[in-house]
Design a protein around this ligand. Structure first.
Ligand code: ATP
Length: 306
C-alpha cells in the first residue's frame, strides 16, 4: 500500500502544481487582456507630470452601458493635496481609482493630470506616475526583496531596505530566517493583510510617484496596525497628490477635501469639520462609526476584566 501511496502523493503534488500554474496563466492572460482592451491613441504622448493635479470633469461611466455606475462626477485634487472618497459599499469609489489608472475609458467627461487628458497619453507613462496601495496587494511567488523592488526593478539592496524601513516592515523581514530572500506569496510565506499593505507601501516609496492612490482595506486590521499603517502612509504621501478611498472615517479627518459618493454621484463635499456641521450623510456616518468604536471598546474592556 505504501508503494502505491508514494506515487499517488507525488501525482497529487504534480496536479496541484499544474493547477496553480494554470491559474497563474489565467490571471496573466486576464491582465494582458485588460491591457489590450484599452489602447494608446496612435500619437500618444508621454505624460509629463508637474505637481500632479488630478481633475475629473463631469465623468460618467458604467461597466455595462445599461447600468451607469458614475453619473457626472467632478472634482479636483490640487497638486500635493489629499482628497478622500467615502460612501456606502457599491457607491463607485473603487471605480474612480480604476478610471484614474485607465483600466477603462469613460462614457463621457474627461480625466486630466496636470491638464493632460489621460486618454491621450501613453498608458505606461500614466501608470508610472501613480503609486497604488491597493486593498489586497498581490504578492508574486518570489522573494520579499523582489516583491518590494517590483516598484523599481533597478533598485539596489540599500534602496529596498530604506523603503522597507519607511514602510516599517524592515524589522519584520529581518526577523525571518531568510530575511529579504524569504519566498512569499501563494506558495511561500503567507503575509498578513497589514504586512502585505506595508510591502505595497515600500513598493510605492521606491517608485516615487507624484500621485498616490490608497484603497483602504475593508477588512478590519487591529487598531494598532491600522494606526501604524496610517502613520507610514502619511509619511509617504506628504507633498504628493493623494487620493484615498476610505472605509474608516478616522483616515479622512485630515483630508483637504472629502467627497461623499452615493449611487455614483457626489452627495456632499467639504472638510471634516465643515461636513460635520452640515449634519447630513457624512455626519450620520461619523456618528455611526463612533458608536461602533465605542461598542468595540466596551467589549474589549469587558474581555479584559474577565
Ligand atoms: P466597496 O466600498 O464595497 O469597495 P465601491 O464604492 O468601491 O464599494 P465599486 O467597486 O466602485 O464600489 O463598484 C461600484 C459598482 O460597480 C458595484 O455595483 C459593482 O457591482 C459594480 N462593478 C464593480 N466592478 C465591476 C466590473 N468589473 N464589472 C461589472 N460591474 C462592476
Amino acid at each position: 500500500l505504501l508503494q502505491l501511496a508514494m506515487p499517488l502523493n507525488f501525482l497529487g503534488f504534480v496536479y496541484r502544481e499544474i493547477r496553480q500554474a494554470l491559474i497563474d496563466m489565467h490571471t496573466m492572460f486576464e491582465l494582458l487582456h485588460k491591457d489590450l482592451e484599452i489602447k494608446d491613441v496612435s500619437n500618444a504622448s508621454e505624460l509629463q507630470v508637474n505637481g500632479g493635479e488630478i481633475r475629473f470633469e463631469d465623468c460618467t461611466f458604467g461597466y455595462d452601458e445599461r447600468r451607469p455606475i458614475l453619473k457626472g462626477v467632478s472634482f479636483t485634487v490640487p497638486a500635493g493635496k489629499k482628497l478622500a472618497i467615502v460612501g456606502s459599499s457599491g457607491a463607485g469609489k473603487s471605480t474612480i481609482s480604476r478610471l484614474l489608472f485607465r483600466f477603462y475609458d469613460l462614457d463621457s467627461g474627461k480625466i486630466t493630470i496636470d491638464d493632460h487628458d489621460i486618454s491621450q497619453v501613453q498608458q505606461a507613462s500614466l501608470r508610472q506616475a501613480i503609486g497604488i496601495v491597493p486593498q489586497d496587494t498581490v504578492l508574486f511567488n518570489d522573494t520579499i526583496f523582489y516583491n518590494i523592488a517590483y516598484g523599481r526593478p533597478s533598485a539596489s539592496r540599500e534602496e529596498v531596505e530604506a523603503a522597507a524601513k519607511l514602510a516599517k516592515i524592515h524589522d519584520f523581514v529581518m526577523s525571518l530566517p531568510d530575511g529579504y530572500d524569504s519566498t512569499v506569496g501563494e506558495r511561500g510565506l503567507k503575509l498578513s493583510g497589514g504586512e502585505k499593505q506595508r510591502v505595497a507601501i515600500a513598493r510605492t516609496v521606491l517608485k516615487n510617484p507624484a500621485i498616490m492612490l490608497f484603497d483602504e482595506a475593508t477588512s478590519a486590521l487591529d487598531s494598532k496596525t491600522e494606526q501604524d499603517i496610517q502613520a507610514s502612509l502619511n509619511d509617504v504621501s506628504k507633498d504628493r497628490t493623494t487620493l484615498v478611498i476610505a472605509h474608516r472615517l478616522s483616515t479622512v479627518v485630515d483630508a483637504d477635501e472629502i467627497i461623499v459618493l452615493e449611487q455614483g454621484q457626489i452627495a456632499e463635499r467639504g472638510t471634516h469639520n465643515g461636513l460635520l456641521k452640515k449634519s447630513g450623510l457624512y455626519a450620520e456616518m461619523w456618528r455611526r462609526q463612533l458608536e461602533v468604536a465605542q461598542k468595540v471598546a466596551e467589549v474589549e474592556k469587558a474581555a479584559e476584566g474577565e
